[in-house]
Ligand binder design. Structure first.
Ligand SMILES: NC(=O)c1ccc[n+]([C@@H]2O[C@H](COP(=O)([O-])OP(=O)(O)OC[C@H]3O[C@@H](n4cnc5c(N)ncnc54)[C@H](O)[C@@H]3O)[C@@H](O)[C@H]2O)c1
Length: 315
């Protein structure tokens, strides 16, 4: 049987490149389209010589064509960390609107399944805890994070509109905080921040009083969940994330104890609209995809720390 082809936008990013690895490893052909605004060719350098892998330097916010058949379209292009999307506010809105539209049109023309990377950010600063897919969210539509949150909400709406109007198979995954090798060390998210500070023997920075909560999913678990959704019959939205919840202060203490008991913890003001709590309800993923995370935070952090220690000076 001929191999199925996956077009993935954002394929040179953190999550996109891990998805490329999984897809190539499971017998798919992959076309990765990326303009490298926040990603890097280093993330896919090991796939360069693979005959089933093709890289296209492409801004997906502009219309583009892909030759040949495409069976799946995965839309993962978007600046994703607050530091990145605040540095590229307009590009973030464009890739989450025009970009989504262009990828939906390619999926429609090729009769492909479409899957988009949505986010827990669509729940905003949630008033319901943990967050179930049925919760509509609490987003400040004009706040500093709205460029990202609202673009993702628009993308979800577009995926469902195409489903209704063209009867397409469109899928939405709502990704909660994910970490692992190939994150950018300076992307401002808490895991690379703490790792950077540990590797540089600096104090750990906690924003606010550290009582805000987050849950962290190791990238391999996330990739398993997303690919199960891709190959399933369900459309979602489906939360994929790790429900083990920590306050940021507990997380800082855990890192400090294991890696540098002498490190100080310093407190800085909380950024505007920083969510107070985040924890996915993964009942739907458990039931419909038979998925749940398996990598304990301590193991995932150890693997990520090793990777950063080896690759740090190349960044
Ligand atoms: N990492 C997480 O915890 C997380 C959580 C929720 C959602 N997501 C979503 O997952 C996707 C990937 O996130 P990531 O953490 O890998 O971020 P990333 O920044 O590492 O990857 C994003 C990739 O998209 C590319 N890109 C951005 N705009 C583009 C454009 N206009 N045209 C082509 N390529 C473009 C970037 O160059 C980069 O390679 C994003 O859509 C993000 O919103 C990630």
């Amino acid at each position: 049987m001929p191999k199925k082809t996956v077009l993935i936008s954002g394929g040179a990013g953190f999550l996109g490149s891990h998805l490329c690895d999984w897809l190539i490893g499971h017998g798919f052909k992959v076309i990765a389209a990326d303009n490298l605004i926040t990603g890097s060719l280093r993330n896919v350098a090991h796939l360069k010589k693979n005959k089933d892998f093709k890289f296209m330097k492409q801004d997906v916010s502009k219309p583009f064509k892909v030759a040949g058949s495409v069976d799946y379209v995965m839309h993962f292009a978007s600046p994703a960390s607050p530091v990145d999307y605040m540095e590229h506010p307009i590009a973030t809105m464009l890739v989450g609107s025009y970009g989504t539209h262009h990828l939906l049109e390619i999926a429609r023309a090729k009769k492909a399944v479409f899957l988009m990377a949505s986010t827990s950010e669509i729940y905003g600063d949630p008033l319901v805890h943990p967050q179930k897919e049925s919760y509509w969210g609490n987003v400040n539509s004009i706040g500093p994070r709205s460029i990202y949150d609202e673009a993702k909400r628009y993308s979800e709406a577009a995926a469902f509109a195409y489903r209704r109007v063209y009867n397409m198979d469109t899928k939405v995954v709502r990704i909660f905080n994910t970490y692992g090798p190939r994150m950018q060390i300076k992307d401002g998210r808490v895991v690379p921040n703490f790792i950077d500070q540990i590797l540089n023997n600096q104090p750990l920075t906690v924003y606010g009083n550290g009582q805000q909560t987050r849950s962290f999913c190791y990238v391999d678990d996330l990739v398993n969940g997303i690919t199960k959704l891709l190959l399933s019959k369900i459309s979602g939205p489906v939360n994929i994330g790790n429900p083990r919840e920590f306050t940021i202060l507990e997380f800082a203490e855990l890192i400090r104890k294991k890696y540098n008991p002498k490190a100080k913890i310093v407190f800085k003001p909380l950024p505007q609209d920083d969510p107070k709590q985040r924890k996915p309800d993964i009942t739907l993923a458990r039931k419909e995809l038979n998925w749940e995370p398996t990598v304990p935070l301590e193991d995932g952090i150890a693997r990520t720390m090793d990777w950063f220690a080896k690759n740090y000076f190349q960044k």
